[in-house]
Each structure stands twice: as C-alpha cells, then as structure tokens.
Design a protein around this ligand. Structure first.
Ligand SMILES: C[S@@+](CC[C@H](N)C(=O)[O-])C[C@H]1O[C@@H](n2cnc3c(N)ncnc32)[C@H](O)[C@@H]1O
Length: 235
C-alpha cells in the first residue's frame, strides 16, 4: 500500500524533507571528514538534494537509494542536470541490494521511522564498513505519547513506531553501532521552510488537504514529538 504522505513529498518534489531541513544537513556535514575516495550512501534519498551536495562538496562516491519511483525519477533528473555521477538505485532500505561492508558513511534523513526500524538498522549495519559512520535525523518522542497522537502519526505518516532518544540509542546499539552521540540541534519538529522543490504536473487535490493536515499536526504537537540527529560508528 502506498504511503500518501510520502506521495505528497514526492509529488511536490520537496528537497530537505526532514526536520531541520537542508540547513541542518549542511551544518552536520561541514564537520564530517569525507574524502574523495570515500563511499557514501544516502538511504531514502528523496529527490536527492543531500546526495547531490555530498558529491559536489566532497567529490566522494555517492549512492542514492529510495523505494519511491517519483523520488528516484526526480533524483535522477537532479543528478543529470548537474552533471553528477551518482549511483541511483530504486530499492527498499530494509533489504538493500548492495554488498556487505560497502560504505564509509551512511546518511539517513527522516527515513528509518517510515520502515521497520530494527530491520533497517540491521541492513545499514550490514552494508556499512567496519569503522564506518552512520548519521541519522529522525523523529523522536519528547514524552510519553497519548494513543490519540500515536494513531494520528500512524494515519498521517504511516509511522507505527515513535521512539524516544533512549529507545533510538538502544536500537542502534542492538544493530552493532557504538560511540552514539547526539548532534546538537534545535529541538522540536518545527516546520521547515521549503527552498527546494520540483513539482509534478496535475497534483491530486487531496494532497493539498494532506499538506494542511500535516502543517496543523506539526504546529499542535511540537512539544510532544521532536527529532534527534545521531552520529554513530560501527564496531
Ligand atoms: C520524509 S522523506 C525524506 C527524503 C530525504 N531523505 C530528504 O530528507 O529530503 C522519506 C524518504 O524515505 C523514503 N523511504 C521510505 N521508506 C523507504 C524504504 N523502505 N526504502 C527506501 N526508501 C524509503 C521515501 O520514499 C522518502 O523519499
């Protein structure tokens, strides 16, 4: 079954579609040591804004994976029009068609929460090289969530597991990650300004209503659902 919130993001072709947006991405990546020979995976790449930035800024070897055909098409268009040599794969983060120990760095920006979290973390752990780094930006519960909020997150975003900071750390550890640190960011799942978009023709009118619903939810719940950015390493 399709996830309609992700159809919304894909149809409007929104880049930086994660808490903190592309500004947060750039502020995190500016402190990363990424060399031209490094292999980097952007998992759940969306329309490829971060993947393109990685390739342009660091000249590293980037692979971009997403399971949404519209996202993949728009990511390809972006890479082609910027003359970037990025490997693009349409595929599932929970079952990545890539070899073990392939990447020096993986970045996942608001992706893992849309999947079965442990399954995806185990896959990322498998394709990451020993000593490799994982950066993730994900939704996090700031307090115990009411059933009403959980049901809303499930129906609006198709997200069924909303972890708090402690639970994220624990799942990361279970998947073999160590040296787990929280990257300092403004807390709160704030509405991020959209600076990058590639809108499809003939957008379904229902998606505009969904966008309003999403805006309302974020405004009403920024105290209870925030986000965390983590940096960790594989043993
Ligand atoms: C909120 S968007 C974020 C996109 C991009 N990372 C960004 O920050 O702009 C979530 C992305 O995860 C992708 N995604 C969700 N579940 C996935 C899965 N099981 N495998 C691969 N990609 C997935 C969606 O298609 C979508 O592009």
């Amino acid at each position: 079954m399709r996830n309609t919130y992700l159809d919304l993001v894909a149809s409007f072709g929104i880049g930086g579609a994660h808490p903190g947006g592309f500004s947060l991405t750039k502020s995190i990546l500016k402190d990363e040591n990424i060399q031209p020979n490094d292999t980097v995976l952007d998992i759940g790449c969306g329309t490829g804004q971060t993947a393109a930035f990685l390739a342009q800024r660091f000249q590293c070897q980037v692979t971009a994976v997403d399971n949404h055909p519209t996202m993949i098409r728009k990511a390809r268009e972006r890479f082609e029009s910027n003359d970037l040599s990025i490997t693009v794969l349409e595929g599932d983060a929970q079952n990545i068609k890539l070899m073990d120990n392939s990447f020096d760095l993986i970045i996942a920006e608001s992706v893992i929460s849309f999947t079965t979290i442990s399954k995806t973390l185990n896959e990322l752990s498998r394709v990451l090289k020993s000593g490799g780094r994982l950066i993730l930006i994900e939704m996090a519960a700031e307090q115990s969530l009411s059933e009403e909020v959980r049901n809303k997150v499930s129906s609006l975003y198709g997200i069924h597991e909303i972890l708090n900071e402690h639970e994220w750390k624990s799942k990361l550890q279970q998947a073999g990650f160590t040296q787990i640190e929280i990257i300092e960011t403004p807390s709160g799942l704030i509405q991020t300004d959209i600076h990058d978009s590639n809108q499809s023709e003939n957008i379904n009118a229902d998606l505009y209503d969904l966008w309003d619903e999403h805006d309302r939810f974020i405004t009403q719940n920024h105290d209870v659902i925030g986000f965390r950015a983590f940096r960790c390493q594989l043993i």
